[in-house]
Ligand binder design. Structure first.
Ligand SMILES: [Fe+2]
Length: 186
């Protein structure tokens, strides 16, 4: 994980998005970003909740971007840390579900996840290395990719993947599991 546990708790309190249902709407200005919409639902609560969390984080990053490069550093840093964690946790949940359902296009779907994960990681790395402008495209990258990916690729697994194939654990636990998987590879 990219944040210490204590920091994580703080961030959870601040953003209220870590693996919990979404009783709240987006805050701040959302500009032209795509938002989660009911037609994006895959009819499985844990996956919809994960997807909404990405859109919420993109909105947080967009609001921070409006303040200018280098401003709101704690928010940007925390949001990027969370975004990276969400990516690994959510993709693990989705990939396990597709695998256990025997989804025939699993490998192609997994590769799409990998490309997005690498893109986010590259931006996060550039930011941590001091490029304060690196996160500027992130809100649009996240929402554009996610909207298209859910609408086309996630919806493609809907006839195959049922709720019984999906681990309903909070996203934070999926993140920890993904890190455990990583550890076993070391
Ligand atoms: Fe997906």
């Amino acid at each position: 994980m990219n944040v210490a546990t204590d920091d994580l708790n703080q961030i959870v309190d601040n953003f209220s998005v870590y693996g919990v249902p979404f009783p709240f709407g987006r805050r701040g200005s959302v500009g032209t970003l795509e938002n989660w919409a009911p037609e994006l639902s895959v009819d499985i609560e844990a996956l919809d909740s994960d997807h909404k969390a990405f859109f919420e984080l993109a909105a947080v990053l967009q609001d921070a971007r409006a303040a200018g490069p280098g401003e709101n550093d704690l928010v940007v840093r925390s949001a990027i840390d969370l975004l990276e964690d969400y990516v690994v946790g959510h993709f693990l949940r989705e990939e396990r579900a597709m695998e256990s359902a025997g989804y025939p296009d699993f490998e192609a779907h997994r590769l799409q996840h990998q490309v997005f994960r690498d893109k986010v990681a590259a931006i996060a790395k550039a930011y941590r290395n001091g490029d304060l402008t690196a996160p500027a495209p992130l809100p649009d990258i996240v929402t554009d990719w996610l909207y298209a990916h859910i609408a086309k690729d996630d919806h493609a697994y809907r006839p195959c993947v049922q709720a019984s194939h999906v681990d309903p654990a909070p996203l934070a636990l999926m993140v920890l599991e993904a890190e455990g998987d990583d550890d076993t590879l070391l």
